[in-house]
Design a binder for this molecule. Structure first.
Ligand code: UDP
Ligand code: MG
Length: 168
């Protein structure tokens, strides 16, 4: 099988609980590598697009608030991993969606919880399959933000405003 890429998000509860280092260590142990990383303040638009397939679910509104950081902190760490079988390797390490049903040694099993409102605070997101991984990576990252991308790119001339540090 050829190399895959997959999107991982350390969700706001993972950030607040200072789990970033642990999670990155556990993912590194599988032999896959990071090709993109950035802190993101998740807008409603990005949250709703990321979870668009869940919009009919009764937990959708709480999920959007959760990923936007309304219960913890307004930051997620977005990572793109690259390697053989990366999608399934990451899903195995993070564990099942419901933290109470996750292997107790998985990331979600160790650190996740279900709130009294029924929201699964499960610390981390990872793409479910190759197709979703491509959709999610393209939603969260621009090609030039990745050290290496497996998806074809094209260049276009665009007029744009850039920001610089203000001179004193
Ligand atoms: N979720 C929830 N309650 C549920 C199912 C899902 O709060 O009954 C949340 C949870 O944060 C989960 C996210 O919605 O990670 C996306 O759900 P999905 O079924 O895609 O699970 P995942 O792919 O994250 O394991
Ligand atoms: Mg999912």
């Amino acid at each position: 099988m050829s190399a895959q890429q997959t999107l991982v998000l350390i969700k706001p509860d993972g950030i607040v609980k200072s789990l970033t280092g642990n999670i990155i260590t556990e993912l590194s142990d599988t032999g896959i590598i990071i090709v993109g990383a950035k802190i993101v303040q998740v807008t409603r638009e990005l949250a709703e697009e990321h979870y668009h397939h869940l919009r009919e679910e009764k937990f959708f509104d709480e999920l959007i608030k959760y990923i936007m950081g309304e219960f913890h902190v307004k930051r997620v760490l977005a990572l793109v991993y690259h390697g053989e079988n990366a999608v399934d390797k990451v899903r195995k390490v993070i564990g099942a969606t419901n933290p109470e049903q996750s292997e107790p040694t998985s990331i979600r099993g160790k650190y996740g919880r279900i709130t009294s409102k029924g929201v699964f605070e499960n610390v981390v997101h990872a793409s479910e399959n190759k197709k979703e991984a491509e959709r999610e990576i393209k939603l969260w990252f621009r090609p030039e933000e990745l050290a290496n991308t497996i998806y074809p790119t094209e260049s276009k001339e665009v007029a744009k405003t850039e920001f610089f540090w203000k001179e004193k």
